[in-house]
Design a protein around this ligand. Structure first.
Ligand SMILES: Nc1nc2c(c(=O)[nH]1)N[C@H]1C(S)=C(S)[C@@H](COP(=O)(O)OP(=O)(O)OC[C@H]3O[C@@H](n4cnc5c(N)ncnc54)[C@H](O)[C@@H]3O)O[C@H]1N2
Ligand code: MOO
Length: 395
């Protein structure tokens, strides 16, 4: 419920914090959650709570990088046997002038000076000839990393690639920060969850949008809860469950049914960010319910404004709680000048190609059309710029 159409409201909010400061505040609003050791399959999306060390050398043994012959000394070479991957016990020392047929991934026998690929080899009876430089096509033990090397710092996100790498280092478990649990509270008597909305109703866009964004940002989203307009239901929803973060959708503005600020005052919450000088999303807020209690992120009801606010306050707060080291923000050059706001940062949906950001339009606060077609939001500071920071959108 709002008193004004969002396009007519251009008044700055007295308490609004500059966008860069608001984002920094959210990224420092809490301490990373405690470490826990989990099996690899449960670690994806978490951040390492301690550096990852190579528990073994990589490769762990001298390995053939090609199918062919492991040869010792100058040719021609007498073929004395075969070395297959996974059969290290069969490996015998090679003397100069000897060779074994070898498969990629097999352990290279001690004494071998190179691997001669089939393509360069001529085999007649038991003899093989060919030209190959010393050391060619042998991946030496430890050449990728020596045993005990730090291979990833604490704070790195455990991506699918990191999981594969950790497994190849012999890890079965990783010590990561606990991921924050997030309740999504969707407010509004007009909000419906299924089907075509009737006149006066609006289909909930945020219950479907936020879980994926929260997962991408490092949190664990609980199923959204829906509360009618009113102080009592909202207050109850903020105190019902033990979670780390509560994202409230709607009720963030100053209309007759916008109860979030009064409820937070009534509950004695500590308000950390009370409005942000950005478009869209200026009514957003960040609060802490009680000392050591959950963070509350107030997201505007307008769906694109909510997305902009989620990237401004919610994602950095979740990144911090789950212990991720934030990467340096990506940047791009706007393909053409874009009108700036005099006092507020604008967040503009763009597509990216070759370092250029192209606005996709359709960026009114109530509509996700532009954002749905975009790969990032360009951060246009007050007064404007061509070279801009980007907020990548969840894929
Ligand atoms: N007097 C003022 N009025 C408004 C201001 C202001 O500063 N002074 N700011 C405007 C801006 S900007 C925004 S954004 C909205 C924020 O409003 P609320 O957070 O209080 O949200 P609602 O009023 O509940 O809803 C706004 C709009 O969004 C629709 N909505 C709500 N929830 C959902 C949902 N889950 N999925 C899809 N759409 C949703 C709702 O029906 C309204 O149309 O306030 C302006 N007003
Ligand atoms: O423009 Mo509002 O700031 O729609 O969030």
């Amino acid at each position: 419920m709002t008193a004004l159409d969002e396009r007519t409201n251009d008044e700055p909010t007295a308490t609004a914090m500059p966008w860069p400061q608001a984002r920094r505040t959210a990224g420092l609003a809490a301490e990373p959650l405690g470490p826990l050791t989990v099996p690899l399959k449960r670690a994806r999306g978490s951040a390492l709570a301690e550096p990852l060390f190579a528990g073994l050398a990589v490769p762990a043994f001298d390995t053939a990088a090609m199918d062919g012959y492991a040869v010792a000394g100058p040719g021609p070479w007498a073929v004395t046997g075969r070395a297959l991957a996974g059969h290290a016990a069969d490996v015998r020392d090679l003397a100069s002038g000897q060779a074994v047929e070898i498969a990629t991934g097999a352990q290279v026998p001690p004494g071998a000076s190179a691997v001669l690929p089939y393509e360069l080899a001529l085999r007649t009876d038991g003899l093989v000839t060919g030209a190959i430089g010393p050391g060619r096509h042998i991946r030496r033990r430890g050449e990728e990393c020596a045993e005990g090397t730090e291979v990833l710092p604490a704070g790195a996100t455990v991506t699918p690639t990191v999981l594969g790498f950790a497994a190849s280092l012999g890890c079965d478990a990783l010590t990561v920060h606990r991921r924050p649990r997030v309740t999504i509270v969707v407010t509004g008597d007009e909000v419906v969850r299924n089907g075509t909305p009737l006149p006066g109703q609006v289909r909930d866009a945020l219950g479907p949008l936020l879980p994926g964004l929260i997962d991408w940002a490092g949190g664990i989203a609980l199923p959204p809860t829906y509360v009618p307009d009113g102080r009592a239901p909202l207050a109850a929803s903020l105190t019902r469950t033990a979670v780390d973060v509560i994202a409230v959708c709607g009720a963030s503005s100053r209309g007759p049914a916008d109860h979030l600020r009064p409820v937070l005052r009534q509950l004695g919450a500590d308000i950390l960010v009370d409005g942000v000088a950005c478009r869209p999303g200026h009514p957003q807020l960040l609060a802490r319910l009680t000392p050591g209690g959950p963070l509350i992120v107030g997201l505007p009801g307008n769906p694109f404004a909510a997305l902009a606010a989620a990237l401004t306050l919610l994602a950095p707060a979740l990144g911090r709680l789950c212990g991720r080291t934030p990467p340096p923000p990506p940047r791009a050059v706007l393909v053409a000048p874009v009108p700036a706001h005099a006092a507020d940062t604008r967040l503009i949906p763009v597509t990216l190609a070759s370092g250029l950001a192209t606005p996709v339009g359709h960026d009114r606060p109530g509509l996700l059309r532009g954002a749905a077609a975009a790969t990032a939001l360009a951060v246009l500071p007050p007064g404007g710029a061509r070279d801009v920071e980007l907020l990548l959108l969840p894929g």
